[in-house]
Design a protein around this ligand. Structure first.
Ligand SMILES: C[S@@+](CC[C@H](N)C(=O)[O-])C[C@H]1O[C@@H](n2cnc3c(N)ncnc32)[C@H](O)[C@@H]1O
Length: 395
């Protein structure tokens, strides 16, 4: 029996806090589905015909859609509700986290001195934060990933853990998805049955949500997560210790990893690159290539490049660029993954893309067929399917 309590379980919302969180989750769903559908009608029936009258053609880019729709009342209601719902996500968990923070910090501290799980936490207080992290509250999360206000602070990790559940609606009864890592690891095990990674690295691991599940498919693998944010890494490490997962967490900038060449069999990330400047993305990809063993594999989950979806969906996705403190979002999506990979030294033979269903929501037979290339892969749909790009490093 492990002596360290699960840091996730410390949060104990009051009746009113739970009610508020449920409301915010439902508000987000309402905004992203019902109000979004009404906005689409407004676009199809008013905004787009007016654009065609003026320009003699339909909008061709997300920016043209954005400019055309920006004064439409339904858009303004949707955008305002979406922005406010995003702020309410974090606010809805703030008080419960603040209440438990001293105990959380104490648990994380105990975990940082424990080696019962075979893992480790290595922090670098001198690490310089990249501008794209340091100069804004990404996702409108106050304090972003890295702010610290107490010795051994874990608040940002806790806010992300619990706010993330509100954001995804995980507290609502209808959850039928397993997430990126569960889906990617299952996909790898079907598509590449001979591939048995011994050392797995995640860049931008935050609190380990999409690192831990690799243990379910590859129980003997050693997990390593790097991130620039100490509060998130302390939180991730506390979770690992409580779960008995031998994961190593290290505070590093993924643009300049301190691992030796050819260290890992598998390098992964999720929801990561669109937050980086494109130049930083190229440096991280080059580092991934450097630390991968020959024959090793790299798999990144990301949003679809703008060339793969229509102008309206580009407008819809790129809303975050202006309104969610993700200023590199559009620039990242405007690049072809193949070009980014080439700039990092990967050859066309090594590179691949894939779209896979979420393993929790999909029929297992369909999931398997997609993995084996025997069924049509799903179209992009955040949380129901995952867009991947990656490479098998030449042996
Ligand atoms: C959207 S979160 C990633 C979420 C996480 N992969 C998951 O699936 O839950 C982005 C993370 O990347 C980290 N990050 C941003 N730039 C980084 C860099 N250059 N090196 C390492 N981590 C970075 C941030 O601190 C943050 O924790």
């Amino acid at each position: 029996m492990n002596a360290i309590r699960d840091i996730d379980s410390l949060v104990d919302p009051t009746h009113d806090e739970l009610a508020r969180q449920g409301f915010v989750s439902r508000l987000r769903k309402h905004v992203m589905k019902d109000v979004a559908d009404t906005m689409r009608d407004a676009y199809d029936n008013a905004v787009m015909p007016s654009f065609v009258t003026t320009h003699g053609r339909e909008p061709e880019t997300g920016e043209e859609v954005r400019d055309a729709i920006s004064n439409n009342l339904t858009y303004r209601v949707w955008s305002s509700l979406r922005y406010n719902a995003q702020e309410m996500v974090w606010e809805s968990v703030r008080e419960e986290v603040e209440r438990q923070l001293p105990d959380m910090i104490s648990i994380a501290d105990q975990a940082s001195h424990s080696n019962s799980h075979g893992g480790s936490l290595t922090l670098d207080p001198e690490l310089a934060m990249p501008d794209y992290v340091d100069t804004m509250d990404v996702h409108l999360m106050p304090g972003c990933w890295q702010d610290e206000h107490a010795e051994g602070d874990v608040a940002q990790g806790a806010i992300y853990a619990h706010g993330g559940q509100v954001f995804r609606g995980s507290l609502l009864p209808s959850k039928t998805r397993s997430g990126v890592a569960a889906s990617v690891s299952k996909w790898l095990s079907i598509r590449y049955p001979e591939f048995k990674p011994e050392k797995i690295l995640e860049t931008g691991c935050t609190i380990g949500n999409n690192l831990f599940p690799y243990k379910d498919i590859y129980p003997d693998a050693e997990l390593t997560g790097v991130d620039v944010a100490a509060p998130c890494l302390r939180y991730a490490n506390a979770r690992a210790v409580a779960r008995g997962v031998d994961a190593h967490f290290s505070q590093q900038n993924a643009e300049t990893l301190d691992f030796t060449d050819n260290s890992f069999d598998l390098v992964v990330s999720s929801f990561f690159f669109h937050e980086l400047s494109v130049e930083a993305t190229k440096r991280v990809l080059a580092e991934c290539r450097r630390v991968l063993k020959p024959g090793g594999m790299m798999v990144h989950m990301e949003l679809p490049p703008s060339s793969q979806v229509d102008a309206y969906y580009n407008f819809f996705l790129d809303w975050d660029n202006e309104h969610n403190n993700e200023p590199h979002y559009r620039d990242f999506r405007s690049r072809e993954c193949a070009d980014l990979m080439a700039s990092a030294g990967f050859s066309a033979d090594e590179y691949f893309t894939a779209s896979i269903p979420d393993v929790g929501g999909a029929d297992p037979a369909y999931f398997r067929q997609v993995a084996l290339g025997e069924a049509e892969p799903p179209k992009h749909g955040i949380y129901t399917s995952w867009g991947l790009f990656g490479a098998v490093k030449a042996a």
